[in-house]
Design a protein around this ligand. Structure first.
Ligand code: ADP
Length: 573
C-alpha cells in the first residue's frame, strides 16, 4: 500500500475512535430516553385499562345487586312461589330486565343452576345450566371474569363477561348477570388507552379486538415499526397484558399495544445521525490526512521512482519535486549522488575503451608479426639463392614467392576483418519479426552439411524486436557457422527463439565438443581463436552488435555437451 494511502487511513482511524467515543453516548442516551418515554406511556395505558376493568366489574356487581333487591325480582319470586305465574310466562322477564339495566348477560336461576329466565340465552329456561350452577357455587362477591355462552345473530357463541350474582332476599331465587367484554367494550378500552386492545382466551385465541385511530393493528403480528424497534433494542416489549381471573387459572388476558412506529423512526433518525456524523468525520479526516500526506509523500514517491530508474541503469534520473526540510536535503543528496555516479561511470567507460583498444592493438601487432617472419625468411632465402646463382633457383623462387603470397593474403584478411571490427556502423533499428530473422539465417544454408540435423524452434506469437536486420543476421550467421565448425562429423544444430519478459531470446546450440572451461571467459575477446586460419573476431563483433542493440550475448557450455550461444534483444513494447 502506498505511503499516502496508509497515512490517510491512519488519520481516518485516529478520527474515528474519539468521534465514536463522543457521539455514541449521546445517541445512546437519546435513544434510551425515547424508549423510557414509550415504556411510561405503555404503563399509563395498562393502568387506565386496569382501572376501567375494575370500574366495569363494580358497575356489573352493583346492577346485579340492585336487581336482586328490586321490587321486580321480589314480585317474580312471589308470583312463582304462589303459582300465579307459569314458568313459561316467567321466561321473557330476564331479557326485559337485562335491556332495562344495561347488562349484557342476565339469568334468574334456582340455587342448583336451573334457569328460570335467561336474557342472553332464552332457550336455557327450564334447564340446569352448568355455567350458572358453577357460578352460584362461588360466594356472591365482586364481579369476576367468566366465559359465557350467549345467543348472538350468528348462533350461540362464547363471550368474556364480568359476571356477579346476588340472592333475591327472602327467596331461593338468584340473579346472575354481568357486562360482556365484546367488540364494543374493546373499542371503548382502545379509545380510552389510545392503543390497540386484544382480548384473548388462555390458549391465545382472539375473543375481541379493537384499535384506536393511529394505533397499530390490534392483536395481529407486530408491524414493521415494532420489529425495527425490537431489533434496535432497549425498547422493551411493545405490549402490556393483564390476566383476568384467578392467577393460577386465568380466564383471559387483555393486551394493550401502543403505536411505536414514531418511536422507531425517532430511534432510526438518532442512529442514522450518529452514523452520518461518524462517516462525515472519518471522511474529512481521511481527506485532510491525504492532503498532508501528499505534501510529504510526493517528493518521497519521486525519489522512489528515480531510485528505481537508477537501479535499472538510468543514471540521468533526477528528482524535480519540491520539498522542504530533511526531505529537501535528501532530494539534493540523491541528485548529487546520481550526477557523480554518471560522471564516474563515463570516466570508467572511457578508461575501459582505451584499455580495450590497447589490447586490440597489441593483438593485432602480434597477428601481423606472425606472417612477417616467414615473409622475411623467404625473401632472405631468395636473395641468398640468387647471389649464389644456385641451379635450383627456379624451384626456390617458386616456393618462396608462393609462401610470401600466402602470408600476404593472410595479412590482408587480418586487416580486412580488423577494419570491419573497427568501423562497425551504428545499428539502424527497425521492428523485425523474430521468425523472419531465423528464417533469413537458415535460408543461407539451403542444404545442411552431411550428418547435420537442423531443428528450428520458434515460439508462436512472439513480439517483434527492435534491431538492425543485417547486423543481427550477421551475428546469428556467425553463431551458426561456429556451431557447424564444431560438428565436422555431424550432429544436431538447433536454432530457437522464445519470449523472455519484454525481450526475445535467440539461441543457437550444437552437439559438438563444447568450449573448454578455461577458454569460456576468452571466446568473446578479439583474436581469440582455436581454429586453424580463424581470426577470433567473429564473437567479439557479435557481442559488440548485441550490446549496441541494448541486448546481451551469452555462452552456456559444458564439455562434451555442446555449446549454446543466446542472443537476447529487447522486444518492441
Ligand atoms: P573464429 O571462428 O574465427 O575462431 P570466433 O570469435 O567466432 O572466431 O570464435 C572464437 C573461438 O570460440 C573459436 O575459435 C572456438 O574456439 C570458440 N567457439 C566458438 N563457437 C564455438 C562452438 N559452437 N563450439 C565450440 N567452440 C566454439
Amino acid at each position: 500500500m502506498m505511503l499516502r494511502t496508509r497515512l490517510a487511513l491512519a488519520f481516518a482511524l485516529f478520527a474515528a475512535v474519539p468521534l465514536a467515543a463522543a457521539l455514541w453516548p449521546v445517541s445512546h442516551a437519546l435513544s434510551g430516553a425515547l424508549s423510557t418515554e414509550h415504556a411510561a406511556r405503555l404503563d399509563g395505558a395498562a393502568r387506565a385499562l386496569d382501572g376501567e376493568l375494575a370500574r366495569l366489574a363494580r358497575e356489573a356487581g352493583t346492577a346485579v345487586d340492585e336487581l336482586a333487591r328490586s321490587a321486580d325480582a321480589e314480585a317474580l319470586a312471589r308470583e312463582l312461589g304462589t303459582g300465579a305465574l307459569a314458568p313459561a310466562d316467567a321466561a321473557p322477564r330476564a331479557r326485559e330486565w337485562m335491556e332495562a339495566r344495561g347488562l349484557d348477560v342476565l339469568a334468574v336461576a334456582e340455587p342448583d343452576g336451573r334457569v328460570v329466565s335467561s336474557g342472553h340465552l332464552p332457550g336455557r329456561a327450564g334447564d340446569v345450566d352448568a355455567e350458572v350452577a358453577a357460578l352460584l357455587a362461588t360466594p356472591p362477591s365482586r364481579a369476576a371474569p367468566h366465559r359465557v355462552m350467549r345467543a348472538g345473530p350468528d348462533g350461540v357463541e362464547p363471550v368474556l363477561a364480568l359476571v356477579a350474582w346476588a340472592p333475591v332476599p327472602g327467596d331461593p331465587l338468584r340473579v346472575a348477570g354481568g357486562l360482556a367484554l365484546g367488540p364494543e367494550r374493546a373499542a371503548r378500552l382502545a379509545a380510552l388507552t389510545g392503543g390497540a386492545i386484544a382480548i384473548r382466551a388462555p390458549d391465545g385465541a382472539l375473543l375481541a379486538d379493537a384499535a384506536a385511530p393511529g394505533s397499530p393493528a390490534s392483536g395481529g403480528a407486530p408491524d414493521l415499526a415494532d420489529r425495527l424497534s425490537a431489533r434496535l433494542g432497549a425498547l422493551g416489549t411493545p405490549v402490556r397484558s393483564l390476566a383476568l381471573g384467578p392467577p393460577d387459572a386465568p380466564v383471559a388476558t387483555v393486551e394493550v399495544r401502543l403505536a411505536s412506529a414514531g418511536l422507531a423512526r425517532a430511534r432510526l433518525v438518532v442512529v442514522a445521525t450518529f452514523l452520518a456524523a461518524l462517516v462525515a468525520g472519518v471522511l474529512a479526516a481521511a481527506a485532510v490526512g491525504a492532503f498532508l500526506a501528499s505534501r510529504v509523500t510526493r517528493p518521497v514517491e519521486a525519489l522512489r521512482a528515480a531510485a528505481l530508474r537508477v537501479a535499472a541503469g538510468d543514471l540521468g534520473a533526477r528528482v524535480e519535486a519540491r520539498a522542504t526540510g530533511e526531505v529537501a536535503e535528501l532530494v539534493r543528496a540523491f541528485n548529487a549522488m546520481t550526477a557523480d555516479l554518471a560522471a564516474s561511470r563515463a570516466r570508467l567507460a572511457q578508461a575501459e575503451r582505451v584499455a580495450a583498444w590497447r589490447e586490440v592493438a597489441r593483438r593485432l601487432a602480434h597477428e601481423i608479426k606472425n606472417p612477417l617472419t616467414p615473409i622475411a625468411m623467404s625473401v632472405e632465402t631468395l636473395r641468398d639463392a640468387h647471389a649464389r646463382a644456385r641451379p635450383d633457383f627456379g624451384e626456390i623462387f617458386d616456393e618462396g614467392t608462393r609462401a610470401i603470397g600466402e602470408e600476404v593474403r593472410r595479412l590482408k584478411r587480418i586487416v580486412d576483418e580488423f577494419s570491419r571490427f573497427a568501423r562497425l556502423p551504428a545499428p539502424e533499428r527497425t521492428p523485425v519479426a523474430p521468425d523472419e530473422l531465423v528464417q533469413s539465417v537458415l535460408a543461407l544454408f539451403p542444404s545442411a552439411p552431411a550428418g547435420v540435423v537442423v531443428a528450428r524452434e520458434v515460439e508462436a506469437g512472439l513480439p517483434a524486436v527492435l534491431a538492425d536486420r543485417d547486423q543481427v543476421v550477421q551475428v546469428l550467421l556467425n553463431l551458426v557457422r561456429n556451431a557447424l565448425d564444431a560438428m565436422p562429423g555431424g550432429g544436431t544444430l538447433r536454432v530457437a527463439a522464445r519470449g523472455e519478459g519484454s525481450a526475445v531470446a535467440f539461441s543457437v546450440s550444437d552437439t559438438g565438443p563444447g568450449v573448454r572451461p578455461e577458454d569460456r571467459p576468452r571466446v568473446f575477446e578479439p583474436y581469440f581463436t582455436t581454429k586453424e586460419g580463424g581470426t577470433g573476431l567473429g564473437l567479439a563483433i557479435a557481442q559488440r552488435i548485441a550490446e549496441e542493440h541494448g541486448g546481451t550475448l551469452e555462452l552456456r557450455s559444458a564439455p562434451g555437451e555442446g555449446a549454446t550461444f543466446t542472443l537476447t534483444l529487447p522486444a518492441v513494447s
